[in-house]
Design a protein around this ligand. Structure first.
Ligand SMILES: NC(=O)c1ccc[n+]([C@@H]2O[C@H](COP(=O)([O-])OP(=O)(O)OC[C@H]3O[C@@H](n4cnc5c(N)ncnc54)[C@H](OP(=O)(O)O)[C@@H]3O)[C@@H](O)[C@H]2O)c1
Length: 236
């Protein structure tokens, strides 16, 4: 990769919104580095991005596994001395029944959901700070959901809702902690999109959801510590 080319890291980039983020950033000239757990799908996505003429690399890593994230971060430091953008996009939705109550939600479901949706973002953020602070405009985007908004919180999808609520909490905490590192961090909801996670019932395409994240990534207002939906700041 060239030293002038912006570098973006996207977790969970092998399909859905993450793949479209890689595609759109790549077309804008970014070198994109993406991860996922399933190597075969990751390699297929990498080949598709190369087919579009996009500069991209792929690494198999479970965002919810701190050791995996450390191996990824060490490898990343061998291929680039700087990261301009980290998109914590990897996410799972394990609440299979619409109104499965928290009263009955299994501990495994809670832990597995938090592993990717919360801890994945925490591990990747902590490990990539040394590369992000080398950028003149280091930025982190946590892909959240309006289902994690405290103001409108109610029952249904408890593991997912709580994981995104907690993710939003990390955005606020890290925004304060990372200010002295000159790194910005925000949460954003891409909207309900047609993906494996969102189902085919959703009104928006994955590309439309990704365009929300790309909009924030390229926004010039230098905002930090906020939650976005439909390109506006919303309440937590
Ligand atoms: N779709 C929606 O309507 C919607 C709405 C609001 C927010 N979001 C958020 O948008 C993000 C992307 O969702 P999506 O709809 O694009 O989901 P998706 O189609 O299911 O894709 C998820 C991606 O994340 C990867 N992934 C999952 N767990 C991972 C882990 N532990 N480590 C690394 N990679 C992992 C998946 O690959 P592997 O399974 O191979 O790892 C895949 O590449 C999520 O954070 C989701 O919560 C989505």
């Amino acid at each position: 990769m060239t030293s002038s080319q912006k570098v973006a890291v996207v977790t969970g980039g092998s399909r859905g919104i993450g793949f479209e983020i890689c595609h759109q950033l790549g077309l804008m000239g970014y070198h994109v580095v993406f991860t996922s757990r399933t190597a075969a799908l990751g390699e297929k996505a990498l080949s598709d991005l190369h087919h579009f003429g996009i500069h991209a690399d792929y690494f198999t890593a479970d965002a919810g596994n701190e050791a995996d994230c450390k191996v990824f971060a060490d490898w990343l430091a061998t291929i680039t001395s700087r990261v301009d953008l980290l998109v914590n996009n990897a996410g799972v939705f394990l609440d299979t029944q619409d109104h499965a109550p928290l009263l009955e939600c299994g501990t495994d479901r809670l832990l597995d959901t938090f592993s990717t949706n919360l801890f994945g973002a925490v591990y990747m953020t902590r490990l990539l700070v040394p590369l992000l602070e080398k950028s003149s405009d280091g930025q982190i985007i946590n892909v959240s959901s309006m289902l994690g908004q405290l103001d409108t919180m109610h029952s249904g999808f408890p593991a997912y809702r709580l994981s995104k609520l907690a993710l939003n909490g990390t955005t606020k905490i890290f925004a304060e902690e990372l200010a002295s590192h000159n790194i910005r961090i925000n949460s954003i909801c891409p909207g309900w999109c047609r993906t494996e996670l969102g189902s085919q019932e959703a009104p928006k395409s994955a590309a439309e959801g990704a365009s929300e994240i790309v909009w924030l990534a390229t926004d010039k207002s230098k905002v930090t510590g906020k939650f976005f939906n439909n390109r506006s700041v919303v309440d937590w």
